[in-house]
Design a protein around this ligand. Sequence first.
Ligand code: HEM
Length: 221
Amino acid sequence: MPEKPVKLWDLPVRICHWAFVLLIPALWWTAENNEMGWHMRLGLSLLVLVVFRVLWGFFGSSTARFGSFVKGPRAVAAYLRSLRGRHEPAAGHNAAGGWSVLALLSAMLLQIAMGLFAGDPCDGATGPLNELVGVMTADWLTDWHHNFFWVLVALIAVHIAAIIFYLAVMRENLVGAMITGHRPLPAGKTGMEPVPVWRAILCLAASMAFGGWIWVGAPPF
Ligand code: HEM
């Protein structure tokens, strides 16, 4: 079947994705090197981006929407079986990949949420919501903020292993599309349906307002 380039990913999805790739190692580095001012600024940036991506999953272009790629267990099983035979490339996230997107976004949100409450006011930096919880709870969340990072690393490792599997075994380069937005697909496959730019502006404004509210301690809580 002849192939033609089809638009798959809009700019917001691609910017968010490559910002995650830069921010997560930077957050690890700043924590390891006790650059807590930067750790918190970068953490807040990640919060704004993940919240934006979640909003974009409801209001964004067709391939960004959760409704287009979060499928039930039957669809996932059927997709996984299809990998063994003749395989139709997906015009978006496939049924299995959709769950990995949800897992990555949820793990990032959980990691950020724990960081907001982490720290000890008598001993170093604290997250902007630290005062809202008792010392014991903050200690517990700080431990989990440390340990859960490795769960996030494990999910990222599985994600990258899947990308390498597609490249090496299925001969499908998924990375090119996450950079350019386009991917060659069999003629007849339709790509992304865009939405007006003002939706992205509103989603960004809402996620920045949320980030600002968290940064100042989430008043009036
Ligand atoms: C910090 C590490 C990473 C995180 C947190 C991450 C997270 C994500 C997320 C959330 C998505 C879904 C995109 C969306 O719909 O918004 C995604 C997709 C994708 N990621 Fe990553 N990613 C990471 C690293 C990488 C790296 C290093 C590569 C390439 C070598 C990569 C390649 C891709 C590709 C190709 C897709 C699209 C998959 C598809 O076609 O369904 N990712 N990633």
